[in-house]
Design a protein around this ligand. Structure first.
Ligand code: SF4
Length: 285
């Protein structure tokens, strides 16, 4: 029997604010899993701290909720221990580009085969509305009452200069587009980043659904060449009357896993132990 949306629902009560863009991300991740024919037992979702972090409460696959900013190290470890799994990392903009920023360029350049989905609402939602690393310069919040003096982090240019091999952006108000982008990201062999424009309807009154609906355009409608790094970078810098969404850049490069002979066959978890670990294990007994 084929998998349904309900099969991927944990039944946990959802506490996101009505209208939050996180609902759309959760729904489209489920759609992508179903449409790609993945089994829940094959999928691991890792989330960090923030409103996005509850994704792992609501998605019925293998899940791991980590401390702030540590989605990528945990997801990397899971993937290397068992490269038979499909690994999905979920992070908010604060989690990904503030406390977790040190991990980001290294995960990108390593090209571990996983998908990193950033719920990018340009504000801290869970802690009730402070300026975040992706907040735009001049953005007024309770911690930036005169407007943020700093330019925001651009997740796309960071991904490109970090050598990520799949770089995309989509919008929570375009669920069909998001499903297609997520499916491609999951199927990509290597580190795939998907920055999702995710309206926080409670605390971000600037970057709303209406704001994005008036501005987003699709790269695929404009003949964008996904193999052209320079073109991708130029598009990644666009933010104003027009905001591009779609797949910016794709590169075929060996994954980290492929660089290690020990990982070329059976996943590590299925391989026999070649060392006597009894003394080490005894220390933890
Ligand atoms: Fe969504 Fe914002 Fe509410 Fe968090 S605070 S659940 S991001 S609307």
């Amino acid at each position: 029997m084929s998998l349904t949306m309900k099969d991927l629902d944990t039944g946990a009560p959802n506490t996101w604010c009505p209208g939050c863009g996180n609902f759309s991300i959760l729904m489209t991740v489920k759609q992508a899993i179903i449409q790609l024919g993945l089994k829940p037992s094959q999928v691991v979702a890792v989330s960090g701290i923030g409103c996005h972090g509850k994704t792992t409460d609501y998605l019925k696959v293998n899940t791991f909720h980590v401390i702030h900013g540590r989605v990528l190290p945990a997801a990397t470890a899971i993937r290397l221990a068992n490269h038979g799994l499909t690994v999905l990392g979920f992070a908010g903009d604060g989690d990904a580009f503030n406390i977790g920023m040190g991990h980001f360029p290294h995960a990108a350049r390593r090209n571990v085969d996983m998908t990193y989905i950033v719920h990018d609402n340009l504000i801290y939602g869970l802690t009730t509305g402070q300026v975040s690393p992706t907040s735009k310069q001049g953005f007024v919040t309770k911690t930036s009452p005169r407007g943020s003096p700093e330019p925001g982090v651009n997740p796309l240019t960071q991904s490109l200069t970090g050598n990520a091999t799949f770089v995309a952006r989509t919008f929570a108000g375009e669920p069909k587009h998001m499903t297609e982008v997520l499916k491609r990201a999951i199927q990509h062999r290597g580190f795939a980043v998907v920055d999702v424009l995710q309206p926080c309807v409670t605390f971000n009154r600037v970057n709303t659904y209406e704001f994005y609906k008036q501005r987003v355009y699709k790269l695929e409608d404009e003949g964008h060449d996904e193999g052209d790094f320079t073109a991708a970078y130029k598009r990644a810098l666009e933010w104003g009357d027009r905001i591009p969404i779609g797949v910016f850049y794709v590169e075929d490069r060996p994954t980290y896993e492929e660089s290690f002979p020990a990982l070329s066959g059976e996943p590590l978890v299925g391989q026999p132990l070649r060392r006597d670990l009894s003394r080490l294990l005894a220390e933890f007994m």
